[in-house]
Design a protein around this ligand. Sequence first.
Ligand SMILES: NC(=O)c1ccc[n+]([C@@H]2O[C@H](COP(=O)([O-])OP(=O)(O)OC[C@H]3O[C@@H](n4cnc5c(N)ncnc54)[C@H](OP(=O)(O)O)[C@@H]3O)[C@@H](O)[C@H]2O)c1
Length: 266
Amino acid sequence: MKPAVSKPEDGLFWITGASSGIGYAVALEAARRGWRVVATARRPDELATLAAAATGFPGRIIPAPADVTDAAALADLVRQVEAEHGPITRAFLNAGIYLPVRLFPFEAGKMHRSFAVNVGGTINALDALVPHMVPRGRGQIVFNASVAGYSGLPTSAGYGATKAALINMAESLRLDGELSGILIQVVNPGFIRTPATDTNPFPMPFLMDVEPAAIRVLDGMESRAFEITFPRRFTYFLKFLRMLPRSWYLPLVSWSTGWNDKGKQP
Ligand SMILES: NC(=O)c1ccc[n+]([C@@H]2O[C@H](COP(=O)([O-])OP(=O)(O)OC[C@H]3O[C@@H](n4cnc5c(N)ncnc54)[C@H](OP(=O)(O)O)[C@@H]3O)[C@@H](O)[C@H]2O)c1
């Protein structure tokens, strides 16, 4: 039988990176839809604010602070939360950072940090959750990657590579999940207005507000679709670019982003 979409009556919804931006908005929207949300990030005060913002909603928010790079802390968190509140049936592995990287000066620390949080943090969350979820034979795990994972973009050598890794990981695990009752999905957003993008010095085409983005994420999780991507007029264009020969794609990206114009580079 195909893995099923999880429902609020099945258990808890765990969200990493819930203290701001997309994770925060998805947590609120999920509580509005009746979910009991376990909200994880490093900043407990922001998680308390999030929990308070859901007061009066059909669901509620349970703050569970942790750093996703700390594997032991995530394992403890899942164990404690499940013992106290019941099984986690849906997870949105969303915690992530964007650190621009250039060829020169090459900042290896930024590359390592990007991989530690975006990829390592996701692996740690899977390692904490999967041993509990798989024996139950049902559940839903959703990665938050990015369209930056489709192909190389300026300054994205670290960030884009981590997101490409997550997309590939999700594709592979989707096949396994089909055998074990776990629905694996990936979210690939375009530009969303969050604290992470507020300081971007470059133009962000089709920039979307975070509340409608959260609705798109939650609606996508109600389907069995592998990929949830929006706004489509932007992300589908990037899908098309991805199919071009690199000898066309790279000059086109350079030209369309102004990258070949030294005066415009960030
Ligand atoms: N905004 C966009 O345009 C866009 C587009 C595509 C994909 N995304 C992806 O969406 C996700 C959320 O990004 P956002 O735009 O919402 O950014 P954001 O507002 O900066 O949120 C990032 C979240 O990740 C958490 N986080 C960072 N490092 C962490 C760590 N070591 N341990 C636990 N939590 C950590 C942050 O919480 P603490 O600081 O409290 O730990 C925060 O809650 C990221 O994976 C990002 O790559 C964003």
